[in-house]
Design a protein around this ligand. Structure first.
Ligand code: AMP
Length: 309
């Protein structure tokens, strides 16, 4: 099945307790597309970059089956730039710079060749832009998933609520779920958020795994306990890409398959944090991914003997 991915393709500059980078390739759309490409072979991306963006990265995306007809290259303009610094716990970060550049007036044009996509992943962008993409599709995809962030809750809550009413799956972190719902307890928060539209909700809890709410069911997936987290940038997007990529490749949106998709997403995210930016995602093979998924199975599998008396 085909996947349409929408999200920023960007430059990032990252500082962690382990070191810092100059401008490197990042962006939610880049992480999603690279991650999903491990499962889905027919992927199409809608995004925008400036003339300064490296052709080499575009060639890598093409080589992984990502169609670029909907990736606009703006002559004489600069690519979106984000810079962040992580705290010692690696769970929290400060945004140092956000230069919207080409994203400022982004008009997500959908090429004719993209119409009919089966699955849609809306990366973190202005909710009005996310909605425009849905409205510009001639046929509704089988499943629409979206990401968002606190920033949009602060400045565009009405837009965000409208977009939420049009999607099937929302993927956010625990802090965002609390802000969106006004509830601290995540089960209560999930109830409030799902009443806004998305029937399925995934709440990511960083190194503490992720919760899936679907119908009457709840599933918990752990994050792989890693000795060292080098750079968490893009881990959330990589998770989302693995999740939707797995669903699109298997074309099964049942609760049981969503559980498998969450493990696939968690496995990809566990690679992403091992090196700066997209570096690790570019190195891994299908065998690496399979081995890591197997580690997840062992991590959570146990037998229990009944204690009598
Ligand atoms: P994550 O670590 O999963 O939150 O994603 C980080 C990625 O999101 C980075 O590669 C940034 O380029 C990108 N990003 C950060 N802020 C924004 C924004 N306001 N709009 C779009 N993409 C962003």
């Amino acid at each position: 099945m085909s996947l349409l991915t929408v999200g920023s393709v960007a430059f990032d500059a990252i500082e962690t307790p382990f070191g810092k980078t100059d401008k490197i390739v990042g962006g939610a759309g880049t992480f999603i597309a690279l991650s999903a490409s491990n499962f889905v072979k027919d992927q199409r991306i809608v995004s925008v970059v400036g003339e300064d963006f490296p052709q080499e990265t575009l060639d890598i995306l093409s080589s992984k089956g990502v169609a670029l007809d909907g990736l606009q290259i703006k002559k004489g303009e600069k690519t979106f730039f984000w810079s962040g610094r992580y705290h010692n716990d690696m769970n929290s970060r400060d945004t140092l710079v956000t230069e919207l550049n080409v994203l400022e007036n982004f008009d997500p044009i959908i090429p004719e060749s993209y119409q009919g996509a089966d699955y849609l992943m809306l990366g973190n962008l202005a909710p009005a832009v996310q909605r425009q993409v849905i409205e510009r599709l001639n046929t509704r995809p089988k499943l629409i998933a979206m990401d968002t962030m606190n920033f949009w809750m602060d400045i565009a809550m009405d837009d965000l609520k409208q977009t939420l009413g049009m999607v099937d799956v929302l993927i956010i972190n625990d802090e965002e779920a609390r802000q969106l719902s006004g509830e601290y307890a995540l089960v209560k928060a999930a109830k409030v958020i799902r009443a806004m539209g998305p029937k399925t909700l995934i709440i990511k809890k960083g190194e503490h795994g992720a919760l899936l709410f679907h119908g009457e069911n709840i599933f918990f997936a752990p994050a792989l306990p890693l000795e060292e987290v080098f750079d968490p940038t893009g881990a959330g997007d990589t998770f989302a890409g693995g999740f939707i990529g797995y669903l699109a490749a298997t074309d099964d949106i049942s609760f049981d398959n969503m559980k498998r998709a969450i493990i696939a997403g968690s496995a990809l995210a566990s690679f992403c944090v091992e090196k700066f930016g997209t570096q690790r995602l570019l190195e891994i093979s299908r065998a690496d991914i399979d081995a890591r998924i197997e580690e997840f199975v062992h991590l959570t599998n146990f037998e229990m003997t009944t204690v009598i008396g």
